[in-house]
Design a protein around this ligand. Structure first.
Ligand SMILES: [Fe+2]
Length: 197
């Protein structure tokens, strides 16, 4: 008998954020008025606490991440809080370099506009025996999705490497990214209980 049993459960989750248009437009206005600085190969907002000005969206994104942590990682936690949030702007010919997010559990990317380059978000597949970086497998959103992702939130484990290939569109790719951490009690009443309040 030959059998392969998977031991990893690494998922990218995509959900539409059904927030009132007023809140989403306010976020887009904020993007238009924000100061940006050059990052490695694209632009990032100078402000890294964008969602502090958008309480309702902050609550929606936190809840989505809470569900992700409960359902994907099977962690019983009271809440997930957003610790940092920033805008990214990538213009034609720019790209978002390979990176991962530290000091965070799950990270999110929210697409502010419909842009074909949204689908070029690429993730490295986790590989325990990661001896030769050039052999990493990758997964790109366009392998699975061809729809308009405006107002959709992408969630993934923060330790997962990700990048966006060179922007082809004349329109800049506009996104909001954020990091998270536990809030309140995790594993309440169990051996591993810990309070992050
Ligand atoms: Fe990122």
């Amino acid at each position: 008998m030959k059998t392969l049993i998977p031991l990893t459960t690494n998922y990218v989750s995509i959900v539409k954020i059904d927030a009132p248009k007023l809140f989403l437009d306010k976020l887009r206005d904020d993007f238009s008025n924000c100061q940006f600085k050059f990052n490695v190969q694209n632009y990032v907002s100078e402000d890294i606490q964008i969602l502090k000005r958008h309480k309702e969206l902050n609550a929606s994104f936190s809840l989505a991440c809470h569900n992700y942590v409960k359902n994907i990682f099977n962690i019983d936690c009271e809440r997930i809080k957003i610790t940092k949030s920033w805008f990214n702007k990538s213009e034609k010919g720019q790209f978002h370099h390979w990176h991962r997010h530290f000091s965070s559990i799950v990270s999110g990317v929210f697409f502010l506009e419909d842009n074909p380059d949204n689908l070029n978000l690429t993730f490295k597949v986790a590989n325990q025996l990661n001896l030769f970086a050039e052999y990493n497998q990758t997964v790109t959103l366009s392998n699975f999705i061809s729809d308009n992702l405006k107002d959709h939130l992408i969630m993934f484990p923060s330790s997962t490497y990700h990048s966006v290939s060179e922007i082809q569109s004349e329109l800049p790719r506009k996104t909001l990214s954020f990091d998270t951490w536990f809030d309140g009690t995790v594993s309440k009443g169990q051996y591993g209980e810990i309070d992050f309040s």
